[in-house]
Design a protein around this ligand. Structure first.
Ligand SMILES: [Zn+2]
Length: 122
């Protein structure tokens, strides 16, 4: 009986510590605001949009690696300096010739930090 209680306590403490680490990590991620035209397959009109994204590459998991248009595309895109993935700066879709695999995480519309934490953990 005593050992069971101890295990339960250690398990709870571990979960608590892990979630504290996660919550501490989220504010460390900067955001990137960019004005661009859609450059992925979207239903959006071909005009300038200003969007803010969390600076996190969902394809390779790198933080603060997104750079604004290093290749100088006309539409302006976001490129991960770590893995080289290109993202449409308006829809956040990754620009893969075989279809989008991942999507950037929007930092606007009060996107919940808990949701961001869940996405980072998956
Ligand atoms: Zn990347």
């Amino acid at each position: 009986m005593k050992t069971n209680y101890k295990r339960f306590f250690i398990g709870t403490a571990l979960i608590l510590i892990l979630s504290l680490i996660g919550v501490a990590m989220v504010p460390a991620i900067s955001t990137v605001t960019v004005t661009a035209k859609p450059s992925a397959d979207t239903n959006l009109p071909y005009e300038n949009f200003t969007k803010t994204w969390y600076n996190f590459c969902p394809l390779c998991g790198a933080y603060n690696s997104l750079t604004v248009n290093p290749k100088g595309t006309f539409e302006v895109e976001l490129t991960c300096s770590y893995c080289g993935a290109d993202y449409c700066a308006v829809s956040g879709k990754d620009k893969n010739g075989y279809g989008s695999r991942e999507n950037l995480i929007p930092a606007e519309n009060n996107y919940s930090k808990n949701n961001l934490f869940m996405e980072l953990m998956m």
